[in-house]
Structures are given as C-alpha cells and as structure tokens.
Design a protein around this ligand. Structure first.
Ligand code: PMP
Ligand code: GLU
Length: 398
C-alpha cells in the first residue's frame, strides 16, 4: 500500500465540491437533479473579459508571469480597491494567486506556526479550518446562530482570544449565511482587536460586491488595525469568473513577500491569460457587476419568500452573497418509511435522493442542524427546487 501523508489523511475533502460532484454524477445517470450545492454564479463571464483573454493569447502572454502577478494587474487591483473601498494599497502589497482559495492558504501557511490559534467565527466556509490544519495551527471557533443573525459579538471575540492567538478570520458577506457586518458591528470587533497587536486580521471579502445593504465597509478601512490586516478578494464571484482561478491578497509588505516566496516554490505566477482577463475585469465597465448583484438580490427575495412558507424551516434574510442557511433541526428524528433523519447531513442526503435537490450539510460549515442552499441559479430552478424541498419535508413523519 502506498503511503499517504498524515497531513493529507487528516484533511477533510471539500464538502461543497464533493456534493456538487455527487449531483453531477446523478445528473450524468439521467436523474433530473437541481444543484443548489456549489456556490458559483450561473452567469457567463462578460464578453469584454473573454475578449481580453483571447487578445492576451494573440499577443503572446503565454510565458511565465511574475510570481506575484503582472504589475499592470496589481496596479489595476489597487485602483479598483481605492475606487470601491477607499483603501490605499501599493502594487507591492498585492500577491495574485490561483483564486482567493490559494491566496487564503498562502497567508495562513505564511503566518501560522504549529500550535498558533486562529479564531474563526462559525458557521464558516468549509476550507478555513482545513487550511489552518495544513499549517498545524489550532482553530478556535466562535459560534453564532440564526438568533444573532450569524454574527459574533465583541464580547464573544474577546473571550476567544488567548496569548496564543495569532489570527482572526472574518468573512463578510459570509459564506454560508449571507450575513453582512455593518460598520458599527465591525467597529465593535476592531475595538477588541486593537488591544492585541500580535493578531493578524484576515478579511475574506470575496462576496464584497454581492451585497444588498447599500453600503460596505472593508476591514482595511480601520486605521487602528490597518498595518496588520490582510484583505482577500478575487474575480470569481463579482465577475462570474470561477473557472479562471484569479484571486489575491492585499496586506503588509512582509506578508506579501512571504506569500510570494511560498508561491514561487509551489505554483509560480498564476495563469498569464487569466491575469490579463482579470485586468480587463478590474479596468473595464463595471455595470456587469451591478447587473449581477441586482439579479442576486431579486433571487434572494424569491428564495426567502418561498423558504419562509415551508413549515419547520427557520429562515433569516441574508444581506449578501448567494446563500440561504435555514435551520432544519425540527426535521431531525423524523422518518420517511424506514429511513430515519438523524442529522442535517442525513437530511441533505434525503433531499438529494428523494427530492433530487443538492444542498450542503451545515456541519461542513461547523454548524450542524442547518443546511446551505446556493440560490445562484434561475428563478425557475429556484421555484422548482423549493417546491420539491417543501414536498419532501412535508412527507416526513414523526
Ligand atoms: N472564500 C469564500 C468565502 C468562498 O466562498 C470562496 C468560493 N470558493 C473562496 C474564498 C474561494 O474563491 P476562489 O478560489 O474561486 O477565488
Ligand atoms: N465557494 C464555493 C462554495 O462554497 C465554491 C466551492 C468551494 O471552493 O468550496 O460552494
């Protein structure tokens, strides 16, 4: 038997990607599955971005790119951040990577030593805890349930911090809940963080443009912690470019240099063609971002309206991203024939097999008793999926 390292054996596979693959397999076998599992915009990448990629090939942007990304792209990112968040970063503080996922992993691997604690408010996106594990760090979760709109309080944050805390990870708008921290709420957290200069603040702002609150505050706008804040973003969600794999970190120069060193040994600069496409995205007309945001807001209203009508489902009103995270504990312990629903994970399997709707177990986001639905799909499919879910849940008996 060939050896697989302890490091990989102890790692959980990505539940979001696994569920999506499962639903694709069922679909390939002819089952009419509606996939609400993976979180990705259903829109095509805008044409002007695709044209920039074609041009990049013709102009021979086909060689290795600088490890941290083309200077022109890093400048475009800085200008975009200045225009949208009002924050000042220099191109040297930006490292472009293979998606926000790699950017996050770069930062965690570059700053966390074995045994260091990373505070993660939960529910949280599936990959954070596993990335911390890769760095041999220790995750300290801070739970926030639907009653507090899935947002942690300053008191909870203070309680979670110990002398070993080296990082706090914030994701707003949140995957999997869609919750968005207001400026006042973030001020409350910053008020705690300013007392702990050894803590790096890692702010995942990948859903920043899919926000229905009418205003947005980037973590990088707080002067008190600006010199130890790293912002993560990318083109996957805002420009419907998940397959292009371009994301970035923006942060202190020393951390940017560390990420560049790691990436230089590991993957090198990201795809030259995708970088030129991302540069077009950041410098071109931005109305596509607003058009998609509006479509997501309309769908949010639809999904909340339909899900709220399903007896037993507890629903909040997400303020951003494209996820609904209803509480489903009232169905746990119920049956469908011989099948007993013992957990939210069992419920997702039941919904997949009986209703042919793919969702993700809240346990994958560190909060069992909930499920995640991605509503980044058409109105017709949202309506049909919610109709199927309602029927399947109604068929459960005590
Ligand atoms: N952060 C969050 C919260 C996400 O939901 C995703 C989506 N996979 C990512 C980061 C990574 O995005 P990508 O690697 O596609 O840029
Ligand atoms: N962020 C998306 C999700 O949570 C994409 C899948 C992934 O990378 O985990 O479903």
């Amino acid at each position: 038997m060939l050896q697989i390292s302890q490091r990989i054996n102890s790692l959980a596979a990505s539940a979001t990607l696994a569920m999506s693959q499962r639903s694709n397999e069922l679909r390939a076998r002819g089952v009419d599955v509606i996939n609400l599992s993976v979180g990705e915009p259903d829109f095509n990448t805008p044409d002007f971005i695709k044209d920039a990629a074609k041009k990049a090939i013709d102009e021979n942007f086909t060689f290795y790119s600088p490890v941290a990304g083309y200077m022109s792209l890093r400048k475009a990112i800085c200008e975009n951040m200045k225009a949208t968040e009002g924050v000042d970063f220099k191109p040297e503080q930006i490292v472009v990577s293979g998606g926000a996922k790699q950017a996050l992993c770069n930062v965690i691997l570059s700053t966390i030593n074995p045994g260091d604690e990373v505070v993660i408010p939960t529910p949280a996106w599936v990959s954070y805890v596993e990335m911390v594990k890769l760095a041999e760090g220790v995750t300290v979760t801070v739970p926030a349930t639907i009653e507090q709109d899935f947002k942690i309080t300053p008191a909870q944050l203070r309680e979670a911090i110990t002398p070993r805390t080296r990082m706090v990870l914030i994701c707003s708008p949140s995957n999997p809940t869609g919750s968005v921290y207001t400026r006042e709420e973030l001020e409350g957290l910053v008020d705690v963080l300013k007392d702990y200069p050894q803590i790096l603040v890692l702010s995942d702002e990948i859903y920043r443009h899919i926000n229905f609150t009418g205003s947005y505050t980037s973590m990088a706008t707080f002067k008190e912690i600006a010199d130890r804040t790293v912002v993560i973003n990318g083109v996957s969600k805002a420009y419907a470019m998940t397959g292009w794999r371009i994301g970035f970190m923006a942060g202190p120069l020393s951390i940017a240099k560390a990420c560049t060193k790691l990436q230089g040994q590991y993957t090198s600069g990201s795809s030259s063609i995708a970088q030129k496409a991302a540069e077009a995205a950041y410098t071109g007309p931005q109305d596509c971002v607003e058009d998609m945001r509006k479509a997501f807001e309309r769908r949010r209203d639809l999904v909340v309206e339909l899900a709220s009508q399903i007896p037993g489902l507890k629903v909040n009103k997400p303020q951003g991203a494209f996820y609904l995270f209803p509480e489903v504990s009232s169905f746990i312990g119920k049956r469908f024939g011989d099948r007993e629903i013992k957990s939210s994970g069992d419920l997702t399997m039941y919904l997949l097999e009986e209703a042919h709707v793919a969702t993700v177990d809240g346990a994958a986001f560190c909060l069992p008793g909930y499920i995640r639905l991605s509503y980044a799909t058409s109105d017709e499919l949202i309506k049909e999926a919610l109709r199927r879910i309602a029927n399947a849940l109604a068929a459960l008996t005590d």
